[in-house]
Design a protein around this ligand. Structure first.
Ligand code: GDP
Length: 194
C-alpha cells in the first residue's frame, strides 16, 4: 500500500542535480507515448503523479519520486518522439545512459514496450544498453486492452523473442483495466528487497 509519495525534483543534464542516494532506485523507461505516465499513475494509484514529467519543457528531464520512503521511482524521459528532429532525439542518450551508468542505488529498470508494435531501434538500443550495464530489467507489455485476449500470447512471445528474454519475464499490463498492476508492484518490491 502506498502511503506517501514525494516529488523530489528533476535532473536536467547528465551529472546534474540528483536526490541523495539514500533509497534504492527503480527507473521507468520507454519511448514516448508507450503509456509510461499512465502506467506509473496506475501503479501508485494516483491520478496524476506523472503529470509533472509530462508538462511541456519537462519531458526531457529525469524526474524522481520518493515512494513510501521505500524506494525512489525514477521517471526517465520518453525517447524516440517522432515529431522532433533526429539531433534532438539523440539528446536522450547521454542523459538517460549517464544516469543509469552512474547511479549506485539503481536496483533495476522497468522497460516498457507497446504490446501491439515490434520494438523500435531506440527500444533495442535501450535494451542492449541495459544488458551491457547489467541492470536487472522488468519488461512490461503496455496497452494489452487494445488486443483481443487470444492475440496476447503470440504478441508477448514475439516481444520476448526480439528483446531476448522469455515470455514469463514480460508482464502484460493495461493502465485502463488495471491488468498486471499487482504483478508489476510485486516485481518492483522484490527488486528493492522488501
Ligand atoms: P507516455 O508518453 O509514455 O507517458 O504515454 P501516456 O501514458 O501519456 O499514454 C499515451 C497514450 O496512450 C494516451 O492517449 C493514453 O491514454 C494511452 N494509453 C496509455 N496506457 C494505455 C492503456 O493501458 N490502454 C489504452 N487503451 N491506452 C493507453
Amino acid at each position: 500500500v502506498i502511503r506517501r509519495i514525494d516529488y523530489l525534483g528533476p535532473m536536467a543534464s547528465a551529472g546534474g542535480w540528483r536526490p541523495e542516494p539514500n533509497l534504492p532506485e527503480v527507473a521507468f523507461s520507454g519511448r514516448s507515448n508507450v503509456g509510461k505516465s499512465s502506467l506509473i499513475n496506475r501503479l501508485v494509484r494516483r491520478r496524476a503523479l506523472a503529470r509533472v514529467s509530462n508538462t511541456p519543457g519537462r519531458t526531457r528531464e529525469i524526474h524522481f519520486f520518493g515512494i513510501n520512503e521505500l524506494f525512489t521511482l525514477v521517471d526517465l524521459p520518453g525517447y524516440g518522439y517522432a515529431k522532433i528532429s533526429k539531433a534532438r532525439q539523440a539528446e536522450w542518450r547521454p542523459l538517460i545512459e549517464g544516469f543509469l551508468r552512474s547511479s549506485p542505488p539503481l536496483r533495476g529498470v522497468v522497460q516498457l514496450l507497446d504490446v501491439r508494435h515490434d520494438p523500435t531501434d531506440d527500444d533495442l538500443q535501450m535494451v542492449d544498453f541495459l544488458a551491457e550495464i547489467g541492470a536487472p530489467t522488468i519488461f512490461v507489455a503496455t496497452k494489452v486492452d487494445k488486443l483481443h485476449k487470444r492475440e496476447l500470447p503470440a504478441r508477448v512471445a514475439a516481444l520476448a523473442g526480439v528483446v531476448g528474454t522469455s515470455e514469463e519475464q514480460i508482464i502484460p499490463f493495461s493502465a485502463h483495466t488495471g491488468e498486471g498492476r499487482d504483478d508489476l508492484a510485486a516485481a518492483i518490491v522484490s527488486l528493492v528487497g522488501e
